[in-house]
Design a protein around this ligand. Structure first.
Ligand code: HMG
Ligand code: MG
Length: 306
């Protein structure tokens, strides 16, 4: 049924942001730097390192400016961070960041709880923010959350997300990452959502962002791959969640994603043993067991028969 695939896939690592924003323990800046160093050493080339959101809303990432300023530029590596508004953009500029990610939800209640705004108000903010960031020489990515379902409203019509994506792309975002924020998606639903978006956008303009709450993230990745999508967000060892989405457990684990992609014949540029080491470091830093499967199982090394 499946053919060997070829070519490369972009793994967009979000653990220092999506992972750490949800940890009860606030990590010191030095610990965050060690995690990011481990991710770079594993070959990850796109890393979302923090958020320029309100420190009152997400105290775990209050040191975003200092953290970004402390990161030495690495050849071929793009660091990015979330940015919700003009204050966030000022902070991103101060930090010297070259890529930001804006975010909003496809469902009204989640957007309200996550950003204290209606979807309409978020769009008005982004219509100004996206060109302003581009004028500063930044690339802008976008997340649309709750595309597969909302913790407050249940089912969400994906056409709502499509209308939002259309505007964001028109204003200059280079890629829209579609989020299954609470990990409710199943493969047939993923096929329908991807087909809806691929009818309007090139595959490079789309990314998939799965949380693995119900164990369906990898099967959804496979659907996206078969349909030609080549960017997937993930978080080392499955660190993560969303503080304003009850029940949103960790993101798809990067090790699980990379294991699957390599098995399908795809290149990621990621060194799996080094990635597993970064996941072990993440576990040590947050001081709790992390859920990633490959993280727990380790490398597959057949036992010798002698
Ligand atoms: P607000 O309270 O409505 O903001 O929050 P405001 O504009 O009324 O300002 C209130 C105060 O906050 C002011 O300070 C502002 O200066 C300050 P005061 O005058 O009272 O001292 N403020 C800021 N400070 C620092 N940086 C800023 C900033 N903005 C305002 N950028 C706001 C609105 C959007 C800021 C708030 O709701 C917020 O920060 N929300 C972020 C929540 C969040 O980070 N959620 C998780 C990320 S989304 C996610 O995880 C989903 C994703 O992974 C995809 C998926 O899984 O689907 C991306
Ligand atoms: Mg997320």
């Amino acid at each position: 049924m499946f053919a060997q695939l070829s070519g490369s896939v972009t793994v967009y690592e979000v653990s220092p942001r999506d992972g750490l924003q949800n940890e009860p323990k606030v990590l010191p800046l030095e610990a965050k730097r060690r995690l990011i160093d481990g991710l770079v050493a594993a070959g990850l080339r796109h890393i979302e390192v923090s958020s320029f959101v309100s420190p009152r809303w997400v105290p775990q990432l209050a040191d975003a400016v200092e953290l970004v300023q402390s990161l030495a530029p690495r050849e071929g590596v793009t660091f990015s961070a979330l940015c919700p508004n003009a204050t966030g953009l000022e902070r991103a500029k101060l930090a010297g960041l070259k890529e930001i990610a804006i975010f909003l939800s496809a469902s009204e209640s989640h957007n309200q709880r996550n950003t204290n705004k209606s979807i309409q108000r978020s769009l008005e903010v982004f219509e100004e923010l996206i060109p302003a960031a581009r004028d500063l020489g930044m690339r802008v990515r976008a997340y649309i959350s709750t595309v597969w379902g909302c913790p407050y409203e249940g089912d969400v019509d994906p056409r709502r997300a499509l209308e939002i994506a259309r505007e964001l792309v028109r204003w200059g975002v280079y890629q829209v990452s579609l989020g299954d924020t609470i990990g409710v998606g199943t493969p047939l639903q993923t096929q329908r959502i991807c087909e809806l978006f691929l009818a309007e956008f090139a595959s490079e303009q789309l990314a998939l962002h799965f949380h693995d709450t119900r164990g369906t993230a990898l099967s959804n990745v496979l659907v996206g791959l078969e349909l030609g999508i080549r960017t997937f967000d993930a978080s080392v060892a499955g660190l993560g969640g969303c503080p304003y989405a009850p029940g949103a457990s960790g993101n798809l684990a990067t090790e699980d994603l990379v294991y699957l992609l390599h098995g399908m014949g795809l290149e990621t540029g990621v060194d799996l043993p080094a990635l597993i080491a970064a996941g072990q470091l993440a576990e040590q830093l947050v001081g709790r067991k992390l859920p990633g499967k490959v993280h727990q199982a380790g490398l597959f090394r057949p036992r010798s028969s002698s």
